[in-house]
Ligand binder design. Structure first.
Ligand code: ASP
Ligand code: ASP
Length: 349
């Protein structure tokens, strides 16, 4: 099953060139029943396949049409970002607008939310406003689950990052970017490098890639690798070299410098010396290896400048474009009133 995950030839457009959820795509029925996306751990392989197939179509639509396609015209999507973000927030906004939805950017800094409003009160406000989906980023792990519970399934919740816990759309866009290079990633070796402890991106990627039969290796300073990581099915190294040796893809993570006051690494210089990825170290990996990074990159710390700008290797710009496509597909799957069974019915008529 897993080795069939492919993003080719999705057949996701209707006669007018809009979006369609084809009834023969595996996972479409499961998406029709799904309310939220809180973590990649919740997703089944068919759901992942379905999302990837729709994202191919969304990418084409995004590249070829400037005007929004009116498939979510009557829907309101709210951005609720308690932590700073440029990429994720604007990516969701572009994705929602491209599908014709209205976007409400809730300004946390000036709102009552920072003045002690409970998550339950925020939830009732969102329901009263008639919001259909809320994209939340929060510094506390578990905040997305809490909001989903408070909303009592009335509004779809998409987790855009909660504490150190999960960042499912980042992992999905990473997967999409890799599938564009290698249509089947089962059996691939993927190395995840750097500050794993503080990385919700690492956790969401590990749970997603494990489902797809990827051989996952992680490396970083021992103080930045949580003890339980091996139990998630990743091979843990303290040195960079064995992790990247023969790797098909390398995901470098941002060193969360704001959290390093706790003295978890001796110095940034020491981190660069042992874990920074450069062209020379890349020779250990498989020929044709590609490099990803969720951004924002600390230039020269996780990756050298030359490598970051080497588009033969770096997928960083491609990840940004993939992010819009994957988020369009996700919003469409959660919000569209088109379901595979309705689709089946209209095919018959
Ligand atoms: N944390 C970064 C930002 O929000 C990158 C991301 O999550 O996409 O801009
Ligand atoms: N942009 C990613 C996140 O928000 C990675 C990072 O900020 O380090 O989790």
């Amino acid at each position: 099953m897993t080795d069939q995950l492919s993003i080719a030839d999705p057949h996701c457009s209707d006669k007018e060139g809009g979006l369609l959820i084809p009834c023969d795509i595996p996972g479409a029925d499961a998406w029709a029943k799904r309310r939220h996306l809180l973590d990649t751990a919740d997703l089944t392989v068919p759901e992942i396949e379905c999302l990837m197939a729709l994202a191919v179509k969304c990418k084409k639509l995004h590249e070829t049409t400037r005007a929004p396609i009116s498939v979510l015209n009557n829907k309101i999507v709210a951005n609720l970002f308690y932590e700073n973000s440029t990429r994720t927030r604007s990516s969701f906004e572009l994705a929602a607008k491209k599908l014709g939805a209205s976007v409400l950017n809730l300004d946390i800094k000036t709102s009552s939310i920072t003045k002690g409003e409970t998550i339950e009160d925020t939830a009732s406000t969102l329901v009263a406003m008639g919001v259909n989906a809320v994209i939340q980023r929060h510094s506390s792990s578990g905040a997305a689950h809490k909001l989903a519970q408070a909303l009592n399934d009335e509004v779809h919740v998409i987790n855009a990052g909660d504490g150190w816990n999960a960042h499912p759309t980042q992992a999905l866009l990473d997967l999409f970017s890799m599938l564009e290079i290698r249509p089947s990633i089962a059996g691939c070796k993927i190395a995840i490098i750097g500050d794993i402890t503080h990385s919700r991106v690492a956790r969401s990627n590990i749970s997603l890639l494990k489902k797809l039969g990827v051989d996952i290796h992680v490396a970083g300073p021992p103080t930045l690798i949580p003890k339980y990581l091996a139990s998630l099915g990743a091979t843990v190294h303290s040195r960079l070299e064995p992790a990247i040796e023969n790797a098909d893809f390398i995901i470098a993570l941002r060193l969360q410098i704001e959290r390093q006051q706790q003295g978890l690494i001796p110095s940034i210089g020491e981190f660069q010396r042992l874990y920074r990825i450069d062209h020379k170290r890349l020779k250990l990996a498989k020929p044709g290896v590609h490099l990803l990074h969720p951004g924002p990159v600390n230039r020269g710390i996780e990756i050298t400048d030359e490598l970051m700008d080497d588009t033969n290797v770096s997928l960083i710009s491609r990840q940004v474009a993939s992010g819009i496509a994957v988020r369009m597909a996700l919003l469409f799957l959660l919000l569209s009133e088109q379901t595979p069974s309705k689709q089946r019915f209209s095919n018959v008529v």
